[in-house]
Design a protein around this ligand. Structure first.
Ligand code: N7H
Length: 491
């Protein structure tokens, strides 16, 4: 990566602990004035939309506080922190262009050639993704009106509100920008779960364990000595995550984006409802039938990790005898390849269609683009989502809803999210015929086809009916570099 200070910090969202987050969707009403407001804000108040270096410094500060507290056997001081990111839809870029004096400057035609899904928008991309079209969140009912997104995360609801308000004020909410109609102030709010559920998503699994590591930015840990056959596979070339000059594109085999798009990233946002009752019923009523020892064991087969986060692929965690609960130990156990661990002797190993295996097949040959699915080489995303809604309680009022505000960053949507969702999760023949769909996020054209295989003999598939996760609307955004926000887009 060339200059960390050029990249919006939230792209490295894993470096930034958050308890609360809001996604505020807006429309640009007065494009010429918007450019002026945004330019002024980014130039005069760089801390409002921090760059990656600033986020990294903040992370070091937090770690230092934690270390100090540990040495003094104290509770760590909770630093009030907030982080914000601004991103645009293709319609938003068109609106910005309409306010500029020279209409040729942004070269939107170049983007059209290389990033077709971004230009189409997620709603038009729905049929390719098998997205349902009913019960969409009203914010996404008319995709033409969404121009931009402010994603604000922080240590508390208060710090997030404060940061959002300040940015809204600088961008003149109400006149220069307006809320996207259809929901409470144009926004969706999420929060990490409390108490013993902290860090866990609504099905009860530890989340945020596996992320690509970028050289020069992340500490690349040595392979965990506890896992004898482990090999680190998470080290990722930043070009798959950030739009560097050599970010490839599947469609054109070479990207011709305008210069202002470099050092940016594409943000895929999806509101995903989780049906916790359906998940509990599925594992509790069926674990024996599919040869599992406990309901948690069946859950681990569907997910690829135990609720604690321990990967079921590693022989020590194949069965429910010893799933570890020590989170630190689990975190270190992220370096393994499915080929190197002995899971050929399933029924104990990790099913080919388990969620974390579908979405990251961890193959030794992933450096060789000629073998297997080419996506093994380039299909990488940084995940930065957050749960929303209350914890599930049996007998709760009908219509109570919870799920994940899913967000991920990548250098190319076709290569990243789209390849993962369409070619892997929604495909019962990946990695080989009969593997089944991803049981957590797979989407079939016909709901009755959504099935997955968790037993080794390959005979009986598990029907995932009703689906465990349902799409309720989303959008594709582009996250420009800081120089683009101060220059090409606003001057
Ligand atoms: Fe997934 N879950 O909580 O059930 N995911 N995910 N995801 N996901 C992962 O490794 C979950 C979704 C990926 O490198 C874990 O951090 C839920 C979509 C990838 O080994 C858990 C939803 C897509 C990984 C979940 C959801 C992905 C991953 C294990 C929706 C992309 C890393 C914890 C409501 C299309 C895999 C961890 C690796 C891990 C859950 C959505 C992708 C527990 C509930 C839509 C790449």
């Amino acid at each position: 990566l060339e200059k960390l200070e050029d990249i919006q910090g939230d792209v490295w969202s894993k470096g930034f602990p958050k308890s609360y987050e809001t996604y505020y969707l807006f429309q640009i009403k007065r494009p010429a004035e918007f450019a002026g407001c945004l330019n002024k804000m980014i130039t005069n108040k760089p801390h409002l939309i921090p760059n990656l270096n600033m986020v990294k410094d903040k992370r070091d500060e937090i770690n230092y506080e934690r270390q100090l507290a540990k040495e003094h056997q104290d509770k760590p001081k909770r630093l009030p922190i907030a982080n914000a990111l601004i991103a645009f839809t293709y319609k938003g870029l068109e609106a910005i262009q309409s306010g500029r004096q020279s209409h040729d400057d942004l070269w939107l035609d170049d983007i059209k050639a290389t990033d077709p899904a971004f230009c189409r928008g997620m709603r038009s991309d729905g049929p390719a993704l098998n997205d349902p079209t009913t019960k969409l969140n009203p914010l996404f009912s008319d995709p033409n009106v969404i121009h931009g997104l402010l994603k604000v995360a922080g240590s508390s609801k208060e710090t997030v509100e404060e940061r959002l308000k300040e940015i809204q004020l600088d961008l003149q909410r109400g006149t220069v920008i307006t809320d996207v109609p259809g929901g409470f102030e144009g926004r969706l709010d999420g929060a990490t779960r409390g108490g013993k559920n902290r860090g866990k998503e609504h099905f009860g699994f530890q989340d945020g364990i596996s992320q690509p590591l970028m050289n020069g930015l992340d500490d690349i840990p040595p392979p965990d000595p506890g896992a004898a056959l482990a090999t680190s596979t998470m080290e990722t070339d930043p070009k798959f995550l950030i739009t560097t000059k050599d970010t490839r594109s599947q469609d054109t085999n070479g990207v011709t984006r305008p210069d202002w798009m470099y050092q940016g990233s594409f943000l895929v946002f999806r509101k995903l409802v989780q049906n916790v009752k359906a998940y509990n019923d599925l594992v509790q009523n069926n674990f024996k039938k599919y040869g599992c020892q406990t309901a948690d064991h069946m859950g681990a087969k569907l997910m690829g990790r135990w609720p604690s986060g321990a990967p079921i692929a590693l022989p020590a965690y194949h069965t429910s005898d010893a799933p570890p609960t020590d989170r630190c130990k689990v975190k270190k156990m992220n370096s393994f390849l499915y080929e190197k661990v002995d899971d050929s002797s399933a029924p104990h190993g990790c099913p080919l269609a388990a969620h974390i295996r579908k979405t990251n097949p961890r193959r030794a040959d992933e450096k060789d683009s000629n073998s297997g699915d080419p996506g093994l080489l380039f299909t990488k995303i940084i995940r930065g989502g957050i749960p929303y809604g209350p914890d599930y309680t049996p007998g709760e009022p009908a219509g109570t809803e919870r799920g994940l505000l899913f967000a991920c960053y990548q250098g190319n949507i076709e290569d990243g999210f789209r390849h993962m969702q369409m070619i892997w999760c929604n495909n019962d023949s990946f990695p080989k015929g009969g593997s089944g769909f991803d049981p957590i996020v797979g989407q079939a054209k016909r709901p009755e086809d959504l099935k997955t295989l968790i037993t080794a003999d390959g005979t009986e598939q598990v029907p995932i009916n009703p689906p465990l996760v349902t799409f309720r609307g989303g959008e594709y955004f582009f996250v420009p570099s800081i120089p683009a926000l101060k220059g090409a887009l606003t001057v």
